[in-house]
Design a protein around this ligand. Structure first.
Ligand SMILES: [Zn+2]
Length: 285
């Protein structure tokens, strides 16, 4: 089984997680930029983070046979801090880089006017750069949040086929599917959405333009939820081809629209590779 996790925050995870993901079948992933769990205090903090998503983290992933890509953006929560808005002016030079496969995660957190502006501006940036957009839908007041998100997407120049709506559930899936956007679901250990509910949604809505991710980060989460969902699909009577479509082909097709997917990770050098002089090994260099 081959798995593409289209939303996972590996910066927050360990090398054990990389090894376990590889063993479970994960061969490629997308890491969206987001917040740190506490507020940043200056735009410069974003640039070091973006650089690490373009450098150190793909290097780490490659040591475990996993191809790493990222999406970059000013995240919804931090769009509310005026100190951080200069990030929007710096994003264009980052969006030119290899391995940046979308603008994201963007969208709503608390549905403020500042979030409205950041979402619309970043959808425009995606259109300017010929990139897809990865849109986070709010965890509270989901139906209203999705409706407002779709209004802003429709007003943008970005075609619905270039937009992923993430963190969907039973209350938002129908509207998301009707919009023509791609539909993504984050599977969590004990909140929001689990693998059995996901299987029921796939049974009802089919496998077209449907993506499943672990959204694992620094909070309670599980980087193997993609595999566990695939196993739940098989146990429920879905075929290997259905699993491959949802867990591999759909994310490849969506993010392939960037023209920047590289599904073969760079081979680690024998004897311990380094990135800017640093290795993931201990006791060596
Ligand atoms: Zn996320």
């Amino acid at each position: 089984m081959r798995i593409f996790d289209p939303h996972i925050h590996m910066t927050s995870r360990t090398t054990d997680d990389y090894a376990a993901m590889y063993d479970a079948g994960v061969r490629a992933l997308v890491e969206p930029s987001f917040w740190l769990g506490q507020p940043r205090t200056s735009p410069e903090s974003f640039y070091d983070y973006f650089d690490s998503l373009l450098g150190w983290e793909p290097f780490r992933a490659a040591q475990y046979g996993i191809a790493h890509h990222c999406t970059l953006a000013l995240n919804p929560k931090e769009a509310n801090d005026p100190r951080l808005l200069p990030v929007l002016d710096e994003l264009p030079r980052y969006l030119l880089k290899d391995h940046v496969v979308a603008v994201g995660e963007i969208g709503y957190d608390s549905m403020t006017p500042a979030e409205d502006q950041a979402l619309a501006a970043q959808l425009e940036l995606a259109a300017d750069h010929g990139l897809p957009a990865m849109v986070h839908t709010p965890h509270r007041d989901k139906a209203a949040g999705l409706a407002r998100t779709l209004d802003v997407v429709r007003e943008s120049r970005l075609a619905p086929g270039l937009v992923i709506l993430d963190h969907l559930n039973e209350t938002t899936v129908a509207a998301a599917k009707d919009s023509g956007c791609w539909a993504a679901f984050s599977i969590y250990p004990d909140t929001k959405m689990d693998e059995d509910r996901m299987v029921r949604i796939l049974r009802e809505y089919g496998t077209e333009r449907m993506l499943v991710n672990s959204a694992a980060d620094w909070g309670r989460s599980d980087p193997l939820k993609t595999r566990k969902t695939a196993d739940a699909m098989l146990a429920a009577g879905f075929t290997d081809a259905d699993v491959d479509k949802v867990l591999w082909q759909n994310p490849v097709e969506f993010y392939g629209q960037s023209g920047r997917l590289e599904l073969e990770p760079e081979k680690p050098e024998a004897g311990g590779a380094t990135y800017e002089g640093n290795s993931i090994l201990r006791g060596g260099s």
